[in-house]
Design a protein around this ligand. Sequence first.
Ligand SMILES: Nc1nc(=O)c2c([nH]1)NC[C@@H]1CN(c3ccc(C(=O)N[C@@H](CCC(=O)O)C(=O)O)cc3)C=[N+]21
Length: 297
Amino acid sequence: MTANRLDGKALAQEMRREMAKEVSDRVAAGKRPPGLAAVLVGENPSSHTYVRNKRKSCDEIGMANWLYHLPGDTSEQELLSLIDTLNADPAVHGILVQLPLPKQIREEAVIHAVTPLKDVDCFHPENVGRVTTGHPRYYPCTPHGVVQLVSRNGLEWSGKQVVVLGRSNIVGKPLALMLMQKATKANPAGGDATVTVAHTRTANLAAVCRGADVLIAAVGQPGCVTADMVKPGAVVVDVGTTVVDGKLRGDVDPKVTDVAGWLSPVPGGVGPMTITMLLYNTLRAAERIDGSPSEPT
Ligand SMILES: Nc1nc(=O)c2c([nH]1)NC[C@@H]1CN(c3ccc(C(=O)N[C@@H](CCC(=O)O)C(=O)O)cc3)C=[N+]21
């Protein structure tokens, strides 16, 4: 058997066409285009690639975007004062500070400084709390991308055993929360799945994973999910993006394709969906900040 492909690149293109139409309708109605400010500190090569991809995607759908590239020895105070300026700028609807940051800057201080309405990463504790209690303002981009990738391929969450492998604040933890909430249009994964959060120290990890109808690998260890850990026919989503010898590697071993029913590739799976959901959040932010009768704040 060869698993069906969960094609994130194709789905991302389809969703971006829908968003390009929303942007042009907005501009035709006399409103300013949605705008995303990206802040990059220092010279991390992967960060450069992501930021470049994000800006290209913004350009494609007609979204305004700016890159603030600060030197690696920038102080926390200098970064916080740039964030204050962006918080107050009416042309900026979304602010993304690329992580990781150099060690002299506390990530937590930066995450707290971005005004929650412009927090399109959904990293601010106010927005995380809203997801947790079922009153979301935004969903975090990677978990939201995973949910859309599975749901829009016609696959069901309801009644399934879902194993989330990984417990980070950015992927594993918020994804598990989304799966535990009631289903809505924006969060079709909510509702009736049974969610297990596992990690690399879980006892009998292979057996726990083999119980999954849907297995989401978000560990950051290339190839750590092997074929013996996968139930035949399961849906497997690979969130890993580790650069090994200049090539991008996922968390899922290539042989899993012989066992799984559906598998997302790396590259071309979750990565393009993450960027798409960032654009989606920026559009929602523009509606909230500039006012729209149809959208609650
Ligand atoms: N504040 C912040 N927000 C983030 O969303 C954030 C971050 N910091 N720091 C780093 C991680 C990582 N991340 C990726 C986004 C897109 C791809 C992506 O599009 N990957 C392509 C391939 C890209 C390539 O060719 O290298 C793919 O999987 O097909 C990957 C990784 C966002 N992150």
